[in-house]
Design a protein around this ligand. Structure first.
Ligand code: ADP
Ligand code: MG
Length: 726
């Protein structure tokens, strides 16, 4: 019998050397941003006046003036052609969650003469065929066309692959009637809302502040497995996760992977990933192993939120491409392997002023600490108010496997701040009694003066919290590894902006009534602390006690996406969206529909492939083995009992095959029920609640078969083979 495909792949693995990076000798600072149309490049290629006009457009977040579009396009073309670029594309973020491109050549025929052309119009605006992107019915009810327009606040870059270089223009994607068809438009809106609201509050403390930008540092987790094994797993190819697979005898119990020495092939991969990122002006800095075997993480130095998100999406793309070159497959799914850690994308978020102050970092003096506390408690109050919306913002079929699965934050949104800050907030709420003759200010008395020293001890961490304060930023840890962070970040910006408006309004009212600034601010901080207490949790987020306690506190704990998405469209959310102007009712309903559709499509594909694998690979392998055992048993069994265990093996195996087949029938009826449900939402809910549990049972059966069936017959690469790359 010829060697099976799995064994062939395993043999191939043994001879895989690490792939050296293309260019090992260059220092990061040398190659940094060489593929970016930076201000420095602009200055070089543009006439001074045009440069200054463009710089202002970019810095103020304005739209490109038609008058300069032509010369700007010309200079971009000149720069790009110097770099060997032949095509350009508008690069945008449709609601699919990843990025989209439509490439056009610079080539144009002028009469018979071929010329390279890139006009101001081509730079500013394009009309990709919008009908192939999800719109949640927006285009059905409104207008069929959509267009993309340059987002000047995100730099133009060149994407290089082995086969060529493309000029990429980051754009928004909008319908002709003005509805957002992407993630960038609401994100940009939310950033400007936050700027306005936070600047007003910051001005109470420091009149010099005239602008606040949201900042973001994304930690991206992913798995690497060998490409040959990946190619033998149709489930990984189609869904990014293994629908079957018995646990490896050695998993992550030894805890030896985290921060351990990086395996050589992975190291080579990471080196090249960093190089490619640096060329694109993405400041990747950290790389290390994660908790699970085969799991890794990278993180850049934080940047302005909009650019950080674009960079995050580019990093996902790079991870994918660079992995291929190293004969690896990168898995960005939230839960590629059952039973070991999933992957998240920690969103480290803060706000920073144009005077250079991080508003979530305590300051040099008690007054600055008061300002810190104002922003800090406002964020907590905002999360308390809209925890459900935050839950909805991270909902996806992939993240359902992770949230609440015992090694990721639970589906309950809560805020962790550490014991030191908890004590300060508690003291502000119930001030300790003053000692006799103690004449210190409130700021001293309440310990507000000492916050910076308290935070120096940075060990107060909680890995089980979905939203944790980590010294000078909040870390939204519940975001899934494959997500476009735009959605959760948009929600966070907007709810904090709304809360800051409330804060500002209340403080001003008190001041107008004659209260001093410091006292007025402390009043509102106290009010927020009291109101938002239920959202604060310092304990073990994985524990059952927390689930029970959260229920008593009235916090929701919705485990599956279809119901979590209800929070996007309930009355409270609708009021927030329409009063702030973030979304119209039509837009939010459209987004809701897109997300439901996305969920249903993903779980349907998973179910389809699981069913196919079970029927066409697993059952046949198991029956081959069954036949083989049967062949070893004498036809007329008159033995002394020594064959009894073998007969038992045969019977157990037959029973396992039988159960799997029965469950596959059940799966069919559950699916029929889901398909027959009244509308999209009901279909998604039924699928999640009735089909997926049967799928779990099938998985259970198949994984048991894997532990029994002859190794040489098993068609799918096993966990231990995939997880330990050398
Ligand atoms: P860890 O969370 O593991 O301690 P770091 O302290 O390096 O790691 O932070 C992780 C991420 O948080 C990095 O991308 C870092 O740049 C980012 N970060 C640090 N400060 C801020 C900030 N003020 N705003 C946003 N992100 C920040
Ligand atoms: Mg972190």
């Amino acid at each position: 019998m010829p060697m099976n495909a799995r064994y062939q792949a395993l043999r191939l693995l043994q001879s895989r050397p690490p792939v050296p990076p293309t260019d090992q000798s260059r220092r990061p600072s040398e190659i940094y941003a060489q593929h970016v149309f930076t201000k420095k490049v602009m200055k070089h290629y543009l006439a001074k006046e045009t440069y200054l006009a463009l710089k202002e457009t970019i810095e103020k977040g304005k739209t490109l003036d038609k008058g300069i579009a032509g010369p700007v396009a010309n200079s971009i073309k000149a720069w790009a052609m110097d770099k060997g670029v032949t095509h350009f594309t508008h690069w945008f973020q449709p609601l699919t969650g990843r990025t989209a491109e439509k490439h056009d050549s610079f080539l144009e025929l002028s009469g018979d003469e071929p010329i390279d052309k890139f006009s101001g119009d081509e730079l500013s605006q394009q009309e990709p065929d919008a009908s192939s992107f999800p719109s949640g019915g927006l285009r059905r009810t409104f207008e069929a066309r959509g267009y993309t327009a340059w987002d000047c606040s995100s730099p133009i870059f060149i994407f290089e692959t082995t086969y060529g270089k493309t000029l990429c223009i980051p754009t928004i994607f909008v319908s002709y009637t003005g509805e957002a068809l992407d993630y960038k438009i609401p994100l940009l809106k939310s950033i400007s809302m936050l700027d306005k609201a936070a600047t007003a509050v910051a001005k109470l403390f420091d009149p010099e502040v005239s602008r606040v930008v949201a900042t973001l540092g994304l930690e991206q987790e992913y798995f690497l497995i060998d490409r040959a094994l990946f190619d033998l797993r149709p489930d990984l190819i189609l869904t990014g996760r293994t629908v079957f697979g018995a646990a490896s005898a050695r998993g992550q119990q030894l805890d030896d992977h985290y921060f351990g020495a990086i395996p050589e092939r992975a190291f080579a991969f990471m080196n090249e990933l960093e190089q490619e990122a640096h060329k694109l002006g993405i400041p990747l800095r950290t790389r290390h192993n994660e908790v699970a075997p085969g799991q890794f993480e990278c993180a850049p130095q934080f940047e302005g939120l909009n650019v950080a998100i674009d960079h995050g999406l580019m990093v996902m793309d790079l991870i994918d491409r660079v992995a291929r070159k190293h004969h690896l497959a990168a898995l960005l799914h939230e839960k590629p392997f059952a039973g070991i850690n999933g992957s998240g994308k920690h969103n480290n978020w803060s706000m920073s002023t144009d005077t250079g102050k991080n508003l979530l970092a305590p300051g040099q003096n008690p007054e600055e600490n008061l300002m810190f506390l104002a922003f800090f408690t406002t964020v907590i109050r905002a999360v308390y108010e809209h925890a459900d919306l935050m839950r909805a913002s991270i909902a996806s079929a992939g993240n359902d496997h992770r949230l609440g699965a015992n090694e990721a934050p639970p589906a309950i949104i809560s805020v962790f701040i550490g014991s030191r800050l908890s004590k300060i907030l508690d003291d502000i709420e119930n001030p300790p009694r003053r000692k006799k003759n103690e004449h210190v200010s409130d700021l001293m008395h309440l310990g507000i003066a000492e916050i910076p020293e308290l935070l120096l001890d940075n060990t107060d961490r909680n890995r089980t919290s979905p939203f944790a304060f980590t010294g000078n930023k909040f870390e939204f840890r519940a975001v899934g590894s494959s997500a476009n962070s735009s959605n959760p970040m948009t929600i966070l910006n907007v709810i904090v902006a709304e809360q800051l408006k409330d804060f500002h309004h209340k403080v001003e009212r008190k001041i107008n009534r004659g209260r001093k600034l410091e006292a007025a601010v402390l009043d509102i901080i106290r009010e927020y602390i009291v109101e938002s207490k239920a959202i604060r949790f310092e304990g073990d987020g994985y524990s059952q006690e927390w689930a029970d306690e959260a229920a008593r506190r009235g916090l929701s704990n919705v485990k599956q996406t279809p119901r979590a998405l209800d929070f996007m469209v309930n009355e409270k959310a609708m009021a927030l969206f329409t009063t702030t102007g973030l979304f119209t009712e039509a837009e939010i309903h459209a987004r809701h529909e897109v997300q439901l559709e996305n969920y249903l499509t993903k779980v349907t594909i998973e179910t389809d492939i699981a069913e196919e694998l079970a029927r066409t690979k697993i059952i046949p392998a198991a029956t081959d083995y069954l036949r083989e055992i049967q062949g070893t048993l004498p036809a007329n069994a008159t033995d002394d009992g020594t064959l009894a265990p073998l007969r038992k093996l045969r019977d157990d195996l037959a029973a396992g095959i039988g159960k799997t087949l029965t469950l596959l029938e059940e799966l069919g009826s559950a699916r029929a029920k889901a398909e027959a449900a009244a509308d999209l939402r009901a279909q998604a809910i039924t699928f999640g609640e009735e089909v997926l549990p049967v799928l779990d049972q099938i998985r259970n059966q198949v994984d048991q078969l894997e532990m029994v069936v002859k190794d040489a017959y098993w068609p799918l690469p096993k966990y231990r083979e995939m997880l330990f790359i050398r």
